[in-house]
Ligand binder design. Structure first.
Ligand code: GLA
Length: 430
């Protein structure tokens, strides 16, 4: 029932629907229908999932040793404590099927099998995720789950897997949203049937429809990210392009379901086997990495690290472990930031937070420094606010009605705006 209330509230955020009773009735009906759907999926995580994913760093070369090392490093670096608790093995792990058609892990890469690996990862207080595809084959042309959904879900549950990334690769009908829904729903149901509490992530298409919310915890909304600001490859995204695809989908995100613009490339510096491919060898600047963290937190997107954890430098660790950024990402209102201002040079984003505060993002998309002067009432925030600059760790000493400052090329300034305590309820944005 709590879930229904939360979904209802998130549906009711659609401004136009607030205005008339017919809209409100539609909201209630759609939330109830959704509640019917909810039975088929595992709602394991109310806020965006945080962890590490093998694809960008390893490509097909993922193996047992790498996963164990990542588990150890997540603990040693304090990233586990910061909230990054899931390790997701991407494409490249599967070794085909046995005589009973059960999936088997590639014995050379995973000599002790997945069950033992899950036990190791769990012993560190972490969770283990795995990868499959809604077709006969994965993107690497390895065995997929189409037609074997229940058998494979049972197998994953038996191994103690906590998360499935379900891809749309191999022999899949492109541009067929109905088939996409049917195949994803089949796996979502299969997972629910196992009664094991594992989360489901899937390919939602380029303009996902509302049904994605009922199937799983997060859905990819764009092509693969690369360790660059902008990608010139037609089927790859840089940070700015993945953000652009995601920011437009703010109404889809809410408790238990989030838009996924792909992994964080923070700290890769051009070292990824997939993440830095296609000539994108230099990687990004620290300012760009900080911007990616800012935007993904503001957009309530899953936070999947993808660099080699043990090799992260202090700057990357500071970006990834920033407590206030993470609390904006994990905020229990679960709203994705809305773009309030869009110009060629910069965007302004607002994410309302559960305690009545607002997280404000000022993204400089241009290659030059810009001076910003932003009266808060110009973006619907009426009154005065205590202002905290989250990255610079600077608090205003009095209540402010505006913010003025420089934003570096490709930088995102993140401000947390608090109303005086007894006036928090007067919020005007959504
Ligand atoms: C697709 C996905 C990637 C990765 C690869 C694996 O490209 O988008 O994230 O999982 O497949 O082959």
């Amino acid at each position: 029932m709590l879930l229904l209330k939360e979904l209802l509230m998130s549906t009711m955020n659609i401004k136009s629907m607030r205005k008339n009773k017919k809209g409100l009735l539609l909201c209630i009906i759609s939330a109830c229908l959704l509640q019917g759907h909810i039975a088929i999926s595992q709602k394991t995580s109310k806020t965006p999932i945080m962890g590490w994913m093998s694809w960008n760093l390893c490509r097909e070369n993922v193996n047992e040793k790498i996963i164990k090392d990542i588990a150890d490093a997540l603990v040693a670096t304090g990233l586990k404590k910061a909230g990054y608790t899931l390790i997701s093995i991407d494409d490249g792990w599967v070794g085909g099927r046995d005589m009973q058609n059960n999936l088997i892990a590639n014995p050379e890469k995973f000599p002790n099998g997945m069950k033992a690996l899950a036990e190791y990862v769990h012993s560190k207080g972490l969770k283990l995720g795995i990868y499959s595809s809604a077709s006969q084959t994965t993107c690497l042309d390895l065995t997929g789950s189409y037609g074997f959904e229940q058998q494979d879900a049972n197998r994953f549950a038996d191994w103690g897997i906590d998360y499935l990334k379900y891809d749309w690769c191999g022999n899949v009908p492109e541009n067929n949203p109905e088939e996409l829904r049917i195949r994803n729903e089949a796996m979502s149901k299969a997972i629910a049937n196992t009664k094991a509490p594992f989360a489901f992530a899937f390919w939602g298409g380029f303009s996902p429809e509302y049904w994605v919310r009922s199937l799983g915890n997060n859905w990819r909304i764009a092509y693969d990210i690369r360790d660059v600001w902008k990608s010139y490859h037609p089927q790859r995204k840089g940070i700015l392009q993945a953000y652009e695809a995601c920011i437009q989908l703010d109404k889809l995100a809410g408790p238990y379901g989030f838009n996924d613009p792909d992994m964080l490339v923070v700290g890769l510096y051009g070292t990824g086997k997939a993440g830095s491919a296609e000539g994108h060898t230099g990687g990004c600047t620290d300012i760009e990495y900080q911007t990616q963290m800012s935007l993904w937190c503001l957009m309530a997107s899953p936070l999947f690290l993808s660099a080699d954890i043990a090799k992260l430098n202090q700057t990357s660790l500071n970006i990834l472990k920033n407590k206030e950024m993470i609390s904006i990402n994990q905020d229990t209102l679960c709203r994705q930031a809305r773009r309030i201002i869009e110009t060629n040079m910069y965007d302004v984003l607002i994410k309302p937070l559960a305690d009545g505060d607002y997280a404000l993002g000022l993204l400089n998309k241009s290659d030059d420094i810009i001076d910003v002067s932003l009266p808060f009432n110009s973006i619907g925030l009426i009154g005065d606010f205590m202002v905290k600059d989250v990255w610079r760790q600077r608090n205003s000493t009095s209540h402010l009605k505006s913010w003025k400052g420089e934003v570096m090329a490709h930088e995102t300034v993140v401000l947390r705006l608090s109303k005086p305590v007894n006036r928090k309820k007067q919020s005007t944005v959504r």
